[in-house]
Design a binder for this molecule. Structure first.
Ligand code: PEP
Ligand code: MG
Length: 569
C-alpha cells in the first residue's frame, strides 16, 4: 500500500480502479511531406471541425454545468481562430516539409512554453488551454477523435497528469467516481469543473503517475487530499464503511428537504446557501436553501482573461434572483486580494496580501471595475430581492464611501431612465476584529451583517488562514472568536438589524447549536451542509442553547470549547 497526499478540491470519498491517463495530448507520427498545400488544407478542415465541436461544447456546458465552464470553450474557440497560431502552423508546414499534426504540435508548444515561463500563475495555466486545442486538432487530423472520456463504460477513478476542460465535459458522473491529477491547484479548471459537477477530486498529487497502474485499486478522500494505492484490507474496510455511512447519512438527510427549519421550542432558523457560480444554484434550491447568503462574485472574474461585462453580470444576477423567486439573494461585491488573485488587473505584489489592498479597499482602488458590477447589480435588483454585501469592511468611513459610490451609480441609472430597486438593502461582512468591535457604529449605517468567520478567525488570532505552520491557532472554537461573534449578534439586534453568518463555521454542525443559542438569524453554507444543518436545528431547543452559551463563553481554550460542545449534544 502506498499513501500519497494531494490537495483536496472536491469533497467525497471515492473507491475504485484506476484509469491512468499518461498523455493528455493525442499521439501522432512525424512524417515528411511534399504537398504542402494539401497539408495546409487539412489544417483548415480540422480547424473548421474543431470549431464546430467547440461550439457544441459551449452549448452543452452552458446547459449542463454553467456559464463559467462554457466560457472555457469559448476561449478555446479564440485560440483555434488565432492568426498567429495559424501562421506558425503554415510556416512549419512550408519550411520543414512535415505533416500538419507535427506542425500543429510544434506551433502550440511554442506558445505554451512561452506562457509556462511566465511568473503569472493564471497565464501559466493557459498553456493547458493551448495544449487542449492542439490535442483536439491532432485527434481530428489523425482520426483518433473517438478516444475521449465518453469511451469509458465502467466505474473508474481517473488518474492523470492533468485533465483538459475538453475532456472534463465528457465525463459521465455515473461512471467516473473521482479524479486525481498531478498538476493543478485550487483554481485550476479541473478543480473548478469537478466541484461544479460534484465529483470528488484531488489535484497536486505529486508523483502519483509513477506509483499507480491501470486497474489498481485506489481510495481517496476529496476533502483531506489523502490517497491510498492498493490499500491494505483494513484501510479498504475502513473507507468502505465511511462511504457506506456517508451514503446512509445522505439518504436519511433527504427526508429533511421537506421539513421546516425550526427548533424544538418553535424558533425559526434561516438556512441559506453559499455559491460561487450559477452552476451551484440548482443544488441549493434542491436542498431547500431559503435564500442565498453569499454569492462570491469574484469567481466570475477569476475564471476569465478579462473582467465580465455589465451585461454578462446583469444576466447572471437576474437569473439568480428569478430562480430564488423573491427570496433574499445576498451578492457580495468583488472580494479580491489575499489568496484570491486576478492577473489581468495587474495588481502590485504585496508583502502581506491578507493585510493589503483586498476586498472593499480594492473596489475603491479599481472603482471603474466596481461600478460596472454595481450597475449590473442595481439593474438586476428589480427581478427579486437582491441585496448588496460589502467585503472586508474595517472602518465606518468605508461604508459611507461605498454608499456614496452606490448612490452615484443609482443617479446615473436614474438619469438614463433605467429601473432599479429603490429600497435595495446594503449590508456588510463582519470579518475584521475592528468591524466586530465597532459593530454599534457599523449597524447604524447598514441593513444587515454577515459574519465572515474564515477571515475573522485569521485576523483575530493573527494567523494566516493558508499557512499550515500556524494552523494549530486557526480555530472556530477559539473563545476570543466566539466572544466576538456573540458581541456582533447582540449589537446587531440592539440596533434592529439582522445578523447572519456565511463563513465555514456557519455549516459546522458542532457550532450551529451554540450560534442558535446566541440568536444568529441566518446561517449560510455550501449545498452539502444544508440538510445536516436543518437536522441539527430540529433537534435542539433555543432556550437550552442560550444556557449553553453562557457556559461556553466562560471557557478558556478552543480545546475546552470543542470538548464541551461534543459532550453537550
Ligand atoms: C469569510 O471570510 O468568512 C468569507 C465568507 O469570505 P471568504 O472566505 O470568501 O474570504
Ligand atoms: Mg472573507
Amino acid at each position: 500500500m502506498e499513501h500519497v497526499l494531494g490537495t483536496g478540491v472536491s469533497k467525497g470519498i471515492a473507491i475504485g480502479s484506476a484509469l491512468v491517463k499518461n498523455e493528455s495530448s493525442s499521439e501522432f507520427q512525424k512524417k515528411n511531406i511534399t504537398d504542402t498545400e494539401h497539408e495546409w488544407d487539412r489544417f483548415i478542415k480540422a480547424k473548421e471541425e474543431g470549431r464546430q465541436q467547440l461550439e457544441i461544447l459551449v452549448q452543452q456546458s452552458r446547459e449542463k454545468i454553467g456559464e463559467d465552464e462554457a466560457q472555457i470553450f469559448e476561449a478555446h474557440i479564440l485560440i483555434l481562430e488565432d492568426e498567429e497560431l495559424a501562421n506558425l502552423v503554415k510556416t512549419q508546414i512550408h519550411n520543414q516539409k512535415k505533416n500538419t499534426e507535427w506542425a500543429v504540435h510544434e506551433a502550440a508548444e511554442h506558445f505554451a512554453v512561452i506562457l509556462e515561463g511566465l511568473e503569472d500563475a493564471y497565464l501559466k495555466e493557459r498553456a493547458h488551454d493551448i495544449r487542449d486545442v492542439s490535442a483536439r486538432l491532432i485527434r481530428l487530423l489523425s482520426g483518433t477523435d473517438k478516444h475521449e472520456m465518453s469511451m469509458m463504460d465502467k466505474p473508474y477513478i481517473i488518474v492523470a497528469r492533468d485533465l483538459l476542460p475538453g475532456e472534463m465535459v465528457h465525463i459521465d458522473k455515473n461512471i467516473v467516481m473521482g479524479i486525481i491529477t498531478e498538476a493543478g491547484a485550487k483554481t485550476s479548471h479541473t478543480a473548478i469543473l469537478a466541484k461544479a459537477m460534484g465529483i470528488p477530486a484531488i489535484v497536486g498529487a505529486e508523483g502519483i503517475l509513477d506509483k499507480v497502474k491501470d486497474h489498481e485499486t485506489i481510495i481517496f478522500d476529496g476533502e483531506f487530499g489523502s490517497i491510498y494505492i492498493s490499500p491494505e484490507a483494513d484501510v479498504l474496510d475502513q473507507y468502505k464503511q465511511k462511504l457506506e455511512a456517508l451514503r446512509v447519512q445522505k439518504k436519511e438527510l433527504e427526508d429533511f428537504k421537506d421539513k421546516l427549519s425550526i427548533t424544538k421550542d418553535g424558533i425559526a432558523v434561516e438556512l441559506f446557501g453559499n455559491m460561487a457560480s450559477i452552476a451551484e444554484l440548482p443544488g441549493l434550491i434542491e436542498n431547500s436553501a431559503q435564500g442565498i447568503g453569499l454569492f462570491r462574485t469574484e469567481f466570475l472574474y477569476t475564471t476569465k482573461d478579462t473582467a465580465p461585462t455589465e451585461e454578462e453580470q446583469f444576466e447572471i444576477y437576474k437569473y439568480t434572483a428569478e430562480k430564488m423567486h423573491g427570496k433574499s439573494v445576498i451578492i457580495r461585491t468583488l472580494d479580491i486580494g489575499g489568496d484570491k488573485e486576478i492577473p489581468y488587473l495587474g495588481l502590485d505584489k504585496e508583502e502581506n496580501p491578507f493585510l493589503g489592498c483586498r476586498g472593499i479597499r480594492l473596489c475603491f482602488d479599481k472603482v471603474d471595475i466596481w461600478k460596472v458590477q454595481l450597475r449590473a447589480l442595481l439593474r438586476a435588483s428589480i427581478y427579486g430581492d437582491i441585496r448588496i454585501m460589502l467585503p472586508m469592511i474595517t472602518v465606518v468611513e468605508e461604508i459611507r464611501k461605498a454608499k456614496e459610490i452606490i448612490n452615484e451609480v443609482k443617479a446615473e441609472l436614474k438619469s438614463n431612465g433605467i429601473l432599479y430597486n429603490e429600497n435595495l438593502k446594503i449590508g456588510i461582512m463582519i470579518e475584521t476584529p475592528a468591524a466586530a468591535i465597532m459593530a454599534d457604529s457599523m449597524a447604524r449605517e447598514v441593513d444587515f451583517f454577515s459574519i465572515g468567520t474564515n477571515d475573522l478567525i485569521q485576523y483575530t488570532l493573527a494567523c494566516d488562514r493558508m499557512n499550515p505552520k500556524v494552523s494549530y491557532l486557526y480555530s472556530q472554537f477559539n473563545p476570543s472568536v466566539l466572544r466576538l461573534i456573540k458581541h456582533i449578534i447582540d449589537t446587531g439586534h440592539e440596533y434592529g438589524i439582522k445578523v447572519g453568518m456565511c463563513g465555514e463555521a456557519a455549516g459546522d454542525t458542532r457550532l450551529i447549536p451554540l450560534f442558535v443559542g446566541m440568536g444568529l438569524d441566518e446561517f449560510s453554507m455550501n449545498t452539502s451542509g444544508l440538510l445536516e444543518a436543518k437536522k441539527v436545528v430540529t433537534q435542539i431547543s433555543k432556550y437550552e442553547m442560550k444556557e449553553a452559551v453562557s457556559s461556553v463563553l466562560k471557557l478558556k481554550t478552543a480545546q475546552e470549547v470543542e470538548t464541551y460542545l461534543r459532550t453537550m449534544l
